[in-house]
Design a protein around this ligand. Structure first.
Ligand SMILES: [Zn+2]
Length: 74
């Protein structure tokens, strides 16, 4: 089943992979840059549910969210 157009949600404690996670309660952004990191509870309001914005344009030479914003020249 595809959910195009719908924002995916993630819960605290899941291994969610690299991306940006926004608390559905207070809007706090959590950035995950490693595949091994668990999503933690929101440090601001202890909410456990986040909207999920995975990094979509992964290239072999783009390994961090920062690289994605400023792709290295080939
Ligand atoms: Zn929050």
């Amino acid at each position: 089943m595809t959910e195009s157009g719908k924002t995916k949600q993630a819960k605290a404690g899941e291994k969610v992979g690299p991306g940006k996670y926004v608390c559905i309660d207070c809007g706090r952004e959590i950035k995950i840059d490693s595949v091994d990191k668990d999503l933690v509870k929101c440090p601001t309001c202890a909410c456990e549910t986040y909207d999920c914005f995975p990094i979509t344009h992964i290239r072999p030479d783009v390994k961090t969210p920062d690289d994605a914003k400023h792709p290295p020249k080939r």
